[in-house]
Structures are given as structure tokens and as C-alpha cells.
Write a new protein. Sequence first.
Length: 213
Amino acid sequence: MQISHTIEHTLLKADACENNIVKLCHEASEHKFHAVCVNPAYIKTAAKLLYGTGVGVVAVIGFPLGATFTEIKVQETFVAKAQGATEVDMVMNIGWAKSGDWEAVERDIRRVVEAAKSCGLTVKVIIETTLLTEAEKRRAAEIVKQSGADFIKTSTGFAGGGATIEDVRNLKAWVGEGVKVKAAGGIRTRAAALALIEAGADRLGTSAGPELV
């Protein structure tokens, strides 16, 4: 199975330097991955390197905690577009979810989705499955579905856990056909990648893209 088109080749480490981003983009272009996924500071660099290759640039928003002001997430989204991003992955406010303040969670997500849609960006919502109960995951999935987001994403990879087959299968069942699923975090083997796709993942966020293909 050809999985390169599902891969978002990812580098989000705090110590990632420009040379690392250049390598990331070269690999993404070589293997014809769907996109690279980078921190906002490297959007412009990635967009320049990938211009004309057909490989997109995904920027993370409110990353990795999701706990910043909604207004900041909205502005990050607009700046990401201006810098050359084609998609954004926003982090849900996990603390609000754990507190049961789902109205605040919904407002936060809706405003970022509206901002992304207004400037033509594909938008994904990271719910950080490893920190949520089953009931919280389901409620988050319902909110993401209602928000108009394009994708629900499992994980940041920074919370001590990542994508699982069970979570991907459940998220796909809860959001239905109108929303896609991005599995991310801990995907390091081809077998794991194929199992997640079989479970319902439409995209894979991984730093091990070249090894997977």
C-alpha cells in the first residue's frame, strides 16, 4: 500500500534548527508526502523550500498545550496563512475540557475554525486523547464535528502518549464521514501506520516518514 500521500512529515521539537527544516522539506519533496508539519517560526522557510513541489505546509496553533488565549490562536491562524501555511492544526483547550467547561471549549474551537475557513486553510483540531477519558473524547469529537473543522487529530506527541487503533476507530465512528481523522504521536513503523489507516486514519503525523515508506 502506498502511504506517502497520507504522511505529514513532522518536526516540532523545541531545538529544531533551520538545517533540520531544510532536511525535513527535502525528504518530504523526495517522497511526495502530503505535507510537512512545523512550528510557526518555520512556516515561511518551509513554504519557500516547498514552493512548486505540491507538498503542503501545516502549522501548529496554540501548541502544544492549547491553553493560550483564543484571540492569540485566531491571530496565529491568520499569520500562518500570510506566511505560507496551507493547513493549521490547533490544540483544543484541554484544561477547559477536563474542567467540564465544554461551552468554552466549543467557542475556542469555533473561532479558530472560522478564522481558518475565512482565509482558505484546512483546519484540524488536536484533542490530546491520552489526557481524556472515553466520555471526554466523545464529547470533544462531537464538538469538533459541529464546529465545521476538516479533521480531528489524536495527539500532539508532547503529552506522553500518541495515536492508538482504538482511539482512531472510535473517533472515526463519532465524527462520521464529514470529518477526517489524523493520527499522530508514536507512529514509527510501517505496520503501525498501516494499522491506523485500516482503523480509519486519513492522515498520519509522524517524524519517521522516510522509514515508513
